[in-house]
Ligand binder design. Structure first.
Ligand SMILES: [Zn+2]
Length: 233
C-alpha cells in the first residue's frame, strides 16, 4: 500500500521545499537540463457546439465517460449539488507521472485516486474530487458528475468546475497533448457556462498550495494574459 498515501495526498499537498529537477517525459527527449516550457500551443480554436439554452450539461463528445473507469456511484450523502457553474479551477495531481499512459493504465489510476479520495481522513470525499481529468496522452476523462460540487478547493467548491492534469508540474512539464486538450476544453467550458477569464483559477490562487506546480502555473498565467487564448476566448 505504499502508493496509497501518495494518492491520498493528491493535489492537496503543501508547498514542497525541495527543488530537485524531476524526470521529463520520456518521449520529449530532454536530457534533463532545465528546458524551456513547451511552446504555447497554437492549435486552432476549439469548435464548440453550444447546447440548447438552459441545458446544464457539458459537451461530452471528446470526453471519455466515467463508466470507462468505474461502475461506482458517488456517495451522495457526502455531496452537495452543484446548481450551476460560474468558475473553473485547474489542478495537477501532485504525483509524478510514471509508467504507461495507455487507456487501461489510466483507468486504473483514476480508480485508485477515487479510492484515496473516498477514504480520506478526517474528511472522506463523496467520490473522486475532480470533474475532469486530463491524462498525459491528452485524453479527457469524466470524473465526478457535474450534478455534484467537486472536492478540489477547500471551502471554494461552490459552482467551481475542477479540472486536474495528471503529473506533478513542479517536477515535470505537462505534455503538449495535455496542454492542447486543456486549452480547447477550457475554452469550450468558458463558452458553455459563460465563464470569464477572471473566473479561471489555479488551485494556488484560492488556497496556499503548490498545485498546479510551477510549470502549469506559468502556462496558465500566459493563457490568461491579454494575448493568451483564454483572454481572447
Ligand atoms: Zn489542486
Amino acid at each position: 500500500m505504499a502508493t496509497a498515501a501518495a494518492w491520498l495526498s493528491g493535489c492537496q499537498s503543501s508547498i514542497r521545499a525541495g527543488d530537485i529537477p524531476g524526470p521529463v517525459w520520456p518521449h520529449e527527449g530532454d536530457p534533463g537540463a532545465p528546458a524551456p516550457l513547451p511552446p504555447f500551443p497554437s492549435n486552432p480554436p476549439a469548435t464548440v457546439t453550444r447546447p440548447p439554452t438552459g441545458v446544464d450539461v457539458a459537451p461530452l463528445g471528446n470526453v471519455i465517460p466515467r463508466r470507462a473507469w468505474t461502475n461506482a456511484g458517488i456517495i451522495s450523502s457526502r455531496a452537495y449539488e452543484m446548481n450551476g457553474i460560474n468558475r473553473l479551477t485547474v489542478h495537477h495531481e501532485g504525483n509524478t507521472f510514471t509508467g504507461s499512459a495507455d487507456q487501461a493504465s489510466i483507468a486504473r489510476k483514476l480508480a485508485n485516486i477515487r479510492q484515496g479520495h473516498i477514504n480520506r481522513r478526517p474528511e472522506p470525499f463523496a467520490d473522486i474530487g475532480y470533474h475532469y481529468i486530463i491524462d498525459p496522452a491528452g485524453r479527457i476523462w469524466e470524473g465526478r458528475p457535474l450534478k455534484w460540487q467537486g472536492a478540489h478547493v477547500e471551502k471554494n467548491n461552490e459552482h467551481n468546475l475542477g479540472v486536474m492534469l495528471m503529473g506533478n508540474f513542479d517536477e515535470q512539464r505537462p505534455t503538449t497533448a495535455q496542454l492542447r486538450s486543456l486549452e480547447s476544453f477550457v475554452v469550450a467550458q468558458m463558452r458553455l457556462y459563460n465563464i470569464s477569464v477572471n473566473r479561471l483559477y489555479t488551485h494556488r490562487e484560492l488556497k496556499a498550495t503548490a498545485c498546479p506546480g510551477r510549470n502549469l502555473q506559468s502556462w496558465m498565467l500566459a493563457a490568461r494574459s491579454p494575448a493568451g487564448t483564454f483572454a481572447r476566448a
